[in-house]
Design a protein around this ligand. Sequence first.
Ligand code: URP
Ligand code: ZN
Ligand code: ZN
Length: 457
Amino acid sequence: MDLVVKNGTIVTATESYRADIGISGETIALIKPDLSGDESLDATGMLVMPGGVDPHTHMELPLAGTVSADDFRTGTIASACGGTTTIIDFAIPGAGQTLRQALDIRLRQAEGKACVDYGLHMAMGTVSDDRLAEMDDMVSSGVPSFKLFMAYKGSLMVDDEALFRALLQAKTVGGLIAVHAENGDMLHSLITKYVAEGRKEPVWHALSHPPEAEAEATQRAVLLAGMSGAPLYVVHMSTAGALEALKAGRAKGLKVYGETCPQYLMLSREKYEEPNFEGAKYVMSPPLREKEDSEVLWKGLAGGDIAAVGTDHCPFNFVGQKDLGREDFSKIPNGMPGVETRLPLLYHFGVKAGRFSINRFVELVSTGPARLFGLLPRKGTIGLGADADLVIWDPKREHRLTKENLHMNVDYSPYEDVTVRGYPAMVLQRGKVLVRDNQFVGKVGAGQFLKRNPIHL
Ligand code: URP
Ligand code: ZN
Ligand code: ZN
């Protein structure tokens, strides 16, 4: 063995047990007690888990006249420091661009910068015969998931026919459709009305994105998925009504899967009332909801109705970016930082708070997303032949989630007052140490593009 991780407790989505992990080159070659190798890492008292898989990030995303503040370098350093060794970001075709062109452009942006392994979803704002025909080529190129937006009228929004056609095509080619489910027509009409009335403050963002608009669109997407016979992944679910719609589909046996994000579990609507425009820090779509919604989402995670936790990491600086919307809430760039804090928050407020088991935690932050998006068993688990992407997790380590203690390239932390217990002591990717004691020690650009498998759920 080139490297042995010794004396830890291995935790996967299904079991926890004591054994050493032998790594040969980049992969796991042996799992048994009392291994030895050229080098060893002592994990006494630690949990050894598969590296996190974040299925939803937006590095350097152009939005609302600016670009999200983390690029592939800074965002993936932060991701590694928080225990996430794989991200799935997005390629978004510009007007008139083919999917292939968009993919090539995005691959060039990540190349040489990404510090963890990464896959890409393909966004589809236009669903023409030509674009549909390209989906097969995307699947063969390792991009088997496609994101469609039911919101963002006038830019990315697609209508029901487009969504339905994409679902049918995805089923044929081994793809998975992911949807941003909010009723874009309704949002557009409320935003237009409030702007015309001169409403300015961030709270109007929340008021123009009512929970019913998300519940309705989720129900519609679930029904369309059912009629098409294709599976569906609903991203960033924030509200009890949306989860109800998903559950109704699941109860009928539909292959519909939900994602939520830590912000919808941790934070609620009052944040928009913060003075001095501070509410803008939490402007995203869907917006933060009521505390009751968060409780319902936690239960959905524990009970199995929500399949994955992503972050929708899309940070904008408070000064210089969020303030583009000081005079008009509709111009506040949508998004929040989160790629670094997903595992610590879910561990502390999920596992330590007794909401679900450590194995369910691994399922939600790693194995589940890897399975859904065609990465298992290479990523998302600890097994023979898997990439040696490991988080050596110190269950006693305390960490306050202040801006200074984090690596995301943004001028605020949404969790300034939160101290978690349980944090990565060390993070490995493909057998190399990436993070030690909250310091990135890996190589910039060593992250590899992951050609994912076709998806047949
Ligand atoms: O507000 C958000 N969610 N920004 C990122 C883009 C998206 O809709 O996922
Ligand atoms: Zn979205
Ligand atoms: Zn997103």
